[in-house]
Each structure stands twice: as structure tokens, then as C-alpha cells.
Write a protein that binds this ligand. Sequence first.
Ligand code: FE2
Ligand code: FE2
Length: 184
Amino acid sequence: MKLPRITLVSLLTDSVALKHLRVAGFRHAVAATEYAYDMARERDICPDLATKAALLHDIGHTSWEKQGEWDFESYDYFDIHPIKGSERAHELLILKGEDLGKAREIALAILFHSGSSPINKNLKPTPFQKLIMEADDVDEKVDGEHHNVEIPLTAALKRLELLDEKIARFIDDCNEDCQDCPKI
Ligand SMILES: [Fe+2]
Ligand SMILES: [Fe+2]
């Protein structure tokens, strides 16, 4: 029996996500999610899994502001947001009732999403993990500027609603059990 789907809107409107995703910016989270959806459909990877990982990929960010500006140098050197994000996303997903296999894969993709992180040394990413890295990179701008351009929460939720509708159609047509799905 399939579990009821945890939607992107239900994830972003959770108080934990609202608090932490705001730091790296809703715009970047939503843009990466849209890229991840397109890439997942092109590459035959589960779009439900890909969009959730992309939406939550920067949930581990903490504020690196200095006098109102993003302090990119300090962030680049000291940051551990993939580690924090992996744990936060996993906890959020489990609380929401996500499939345990999906929650694990999403947490791992978040852990490895940053190519410059020391934990990525010698990593051979899976196709899914690679997709999340790339969906993030497509939206990247010099000196972390992609974290500074913001959109209102209402606009972010509208864009996620559209993706949720597309993913619901995909899930309805999907005959795989998440546990042994080759698209993960
Ligand atoms: Fe990141
Ligand atoms: Fe990012």
C-alpha cells in the first residue's frame, strides 16, 4: 500500500523549514527544486525524491551575514551546512511520515550536495546525488549572490503547488514500490 504523498508545500510550510530555509533563501530553494524536477524527468529519476531533496538541500544553512551582507569568505571556510542540513531534513521528513527509504536517500543527497565540502573527497555520487548537486549549481551565482535575491513566501508556495500537481500525476501513474524502485 502506498503512503499518502508528503507534498512540497507541506514541507515548506512546516515551521522548521520556514525557519531554516529562509536563511539561504526561498527563491534559491524553489529554483533548485524546479531544475531538479526537469532533470529528474529527463534522467528517469523519481521526481518526488529529487524535488524534495532540492527543496531541502540548504536547510542546514546558518546566517553568515556581516553588516547586512553575506560573508562569503567566512562561509566558504567554516561552513558545515550539508551535515546540518542532512540531519534537519531527515528529522523533518520522518516527522511528516515520509517513506523511510526516501528519507534516507534525500538525507544522503543533502549531505553530499556541495562539491567543495571536504566530505565529498573521494565520493562517487549516485545519479540521484549528482542531480541534486547540479540542480543547485545551475542556480549558483558568484559570491553566494543566489542566496541574497529573495521572493515572497506566497510566490514560493505558488511555484511549489504547480510542481506538486505535476508530481501527483507522476505518482498516480507509478507502479513501483518505493522500497525497490530503480528510479531512486
Ligand atoms: Fe548548499
Ligand atoms: Fe544551494
